[in-house]
Design a protein around this ligand. Structure first.
Ligand code: COA
Length: 151
């Protein structure tokens, strides 16, 4: 279901597009340097969703022991509500088997109900609050998909 997209590993050439989408989408955007560091770090993963040759979304995550932490997820404004965010999230979940990952985790702004709905649709639950997590002092919800629990 949803728009036909390709999800591929991000390359250096994608970073300007990613940076532009990041600036349009977040009040406290990551810097280009942060994305460069992400690409250079073998334990971290950065993927882009391409429609034809355009970057229409991206996602970053990393694995620490048996936990996968989702660092970033974003879809370009004109392409939202067409299933791309869900496809990116499903792609991340599909990278790992239940034998080597126990849980997926992430932080999301308390006010970001759209993203919370997306994560809840995939079984994530709000498990904790991190006070003043964001630069504007907004709290973060910690959301967890606990595979041990649903297995
Ligand atoms: C959050 C975001 C990635 C969702 O991407 P998307 O491609 O629009 O999501 P999808 O089309 O796959 O939607 C999947 C689910 O998300 C939820 N959702 C998405 N947009 C929503 C909206 N406007 N209102 C309510 N729920 C919404 C719904 O549960 C939806 O499922 P449904 O279509 O069956 O109702 C996108 O809105 C975005 O990039 N936002 C800005 C960046 C951001 O907030 N990233 C998350 C940081 S934690």
């Amino acid at each position: 279901m949803g728009l036909r997209i390709h999800i591929v590993q991000a390359e250096l050439k994608d970073l300007p597009n990613i940076e532009a989408l990041e600036k349009q989408s977040f009040p406290d955007p990551w810097s280009l340097t942060l994305f460069e560091e992400l690409l250079a770090n073998p334990s971290q993963s950065l993927y882009v969703a391409q429609k034809e040759k355009d970057v229409v979304g991206y996602m970053a995550f990393w694995k620490i022991l048996d936990e996968v932490h989702i660092l970033n997820l974003c879809v370009a404004l004109p392409y939202r509500k067409e299933g791309i965010g869900g496809q990116l999230l499903q792609f991340c979940l599909n990278q790992y088997s239940v034998s080597n990952v126990g849980l997926f985790s992430l932080e999301v702004r308390q006010s970001n109900k759209k993203a919370q709905h997306l994560y809840q649709k995939f079984g994530f639950e709000i498990k904790a609050i991190r006070k003043n997590y964001y630069p504007n002092h907004e709290d973060a919800f910690v959301m967890i998909l606990d595979l041990n629990h649903i297995r």
